[in-house]
Design a protein around this ligand. Structure first.
Ligand code: ATP
Ligand code: MG
Length: 422
């Protein structure tokens, strides 16, 4: 038997409702903030991610699914959504359109990682991007969207952790301070961190190796190295969040895994997850569009990992929206089965979830099926009822039943009672 590739997951019909709830909430919340959907290809030229995500990031150095296509071009399955949106924005000249530009995406992403709970090789993200505004209001709006998304999923026990990593100017000074701090510890740190030390010392703060994490605890704080402009920007973001009653804690050691961030960075973490506790992360990336060859356009965004959100929702028992059938319509002989088919179509036309038997089963077996599917009503089309133009409608939760004229069936299913006759 052929098995699913390592690090991938099937979503079975019984679990699909949860996915649809999360995706509907994402679309609905994004819409309320005026963000429109953007769809970009599943693979891009490798160069895009190397330039966009940053060639010292874990993603680019270790995790990309890169291959040569039959034409000998190097392409990569997208490891994240931001670079593709930025590429499309530039390619379609959207910088010349209405600003700010606000887009969201629901995508699958691919990273060659060691699979574990909440860490897959194909996973899914909901992300939002806001381009064209440097103002702290843009950061706060994106964070508010993220917070509302998580709130509407009924995720309790998530914390918003906030930091500013400053602009490239303040980071020069900070990188020097970090190097001075890490130098005496370098021998005890992992090989990756030794490379990061040379190339991008900030990245050392994002190391997952326990020994390195311990050493990071004493590292200088980026917040002590911000220039006056970055400091004012960060203070304004916090004031806006306060005004909107969005709770947060400042965590001066958040740097984020991608290279393109500047100023605000944030993560929503959950106590209900183990090691992989970040469910949503993002920040400002004012240099990315310039790095991709466009004119520099300030930008801020986030991405949420849907598998991790769903793990929490399952763990804390958030109920999925019910998608049980309203009616199972049952016939017994050829005539009534034909009638069942017709009645089921009428019910679907009226917007109800209706099913009929497809396996030639007995009434008893059909009733069993209706119970299993947690249907609300069994609509039974017996010979006698049909001769009166009616159906026997059984309320499965209450085990009550009554005869309902077919012309009143839709209103009966809608209201649970027969219409009053004049
Ligand atoms: P981590 O530190 O957990 O590796 P990251 O910094 O690489 O995360 P981002 O690139 O910021 O993650 O992606 C945003 C979100 O996507 C993460 O917060 C997480 O919820 C989710 N995510 C990232 N990688 C994976 C993965 N391999 N499997 C499942 N979800 C993931
Ligand atoms: Mg990662």
């Amino acid at each position: 038997m052929i098995q699913i590739p390592k690090g991938c997951k099937d979503v079975l019909p019984e679990d699909a409702g949860r996915w649809q709830d999360v995706e509907c909430t994402a679309r609905d919340v994004a819409k309320r903030y005026g963000f429109q959907e953007m769809r970009t290809p599943t693979f891009e030229h490798t160069e895009l991610f190397a330039r966009g995500v940053g060639d010292t990031s874990d993603i680019v150095t270790k995790e990309m699914y890169t291959f040569l296509d039959k034409g000998g071009r190097s392409v990569t399955l997208r490891p994240e959504g931001t670079a593709g949106v930025a590429r499309a924005f530039l390619e379609h000249g959207l910088a010349g359109g209405t600003m700010p530009f606000k887009a969201y995406y629901l995508i699958s992403a691919f990273r060659y990682e060691r699979p574990q709970a909440g860490r897959l090789r194909e996973f899914h993200q909901f992300g939002a991007e806001l381009y064209g505004s440097e103002s702290p209001e843009a950061d706060a709006e994106v964070i508010a969207l993220a917070a509302r998304f998580l709130k509407e999923l009924q995720l309790s026990d998530v914390t918003l952790e906030l930091n500013s990593i400053g602009c490239p100017e303040c980071r020069k000074e900070y990188a020097a301070a970090l190097k001075a701090y890490f130098e005496p510890h370098l021998a005890k740190m992992c090989p990756d961190c030794r490379v990061r030390y040379e190339k991008n010392p900030l990245r050392m703060l994002d190391c997952k190796v326990p020994e390195c994490k311990e050493i990071c605890k004493g590292a200088p704080r980026v917040l002590d190295h911000l220039c006056p402009d970055c400091r004012a920007h960060f203070a304004a973001v916090q004031r806006l969040l306060d005004a909107a009653c969005i709770d947060y804690v400042v965590n001066p050691y958040i740097v984020r895994g991608l290279d393109y961030y500047s100023r605000t960075v944030f993560e929503f973490t959950s106590g209900a997850l183990g090691a992989q506790n970040t469910v949503l992360a993002g920040g400002r990336y004012d240099t990315l569009l310039g790095q991709l060859g466009g004119k520099p356009v300030p930008a801020v965004g986030f991405a949420a990992g849907l598998e991790r959100l769903i793990l929490i929702m399952d763990a804390i028992g958030v109920p999925a929206v019910e998608r049980c059938p309203d009616c199972i319509v049952m016939g017994l002989d050829d005539t009534s089965r034909m009638e069942a088919f017709r009645v089921a179509e009428k019910l679907r036309e009226a917007g109800f979830i209706a099913e009929c038997d497809l396996l030639g089963r007995s009434l008893k077996a059909q009733m069993k099926y209706a119970d299993k599917r947690l249907a609300r009503y069994a609509v039974i089309l017996g010979e006698e009822e049909l001769s009166r133009g009616a159906a026997q409608v059984k309320h499965l939760g209450r085990s009550t039943s009554e005869e309902v004229p077919l012309e009143d069936l839709i209103s009966y299913i809608r209201t649970g009672k027969l219409p009053e006759k004049e």
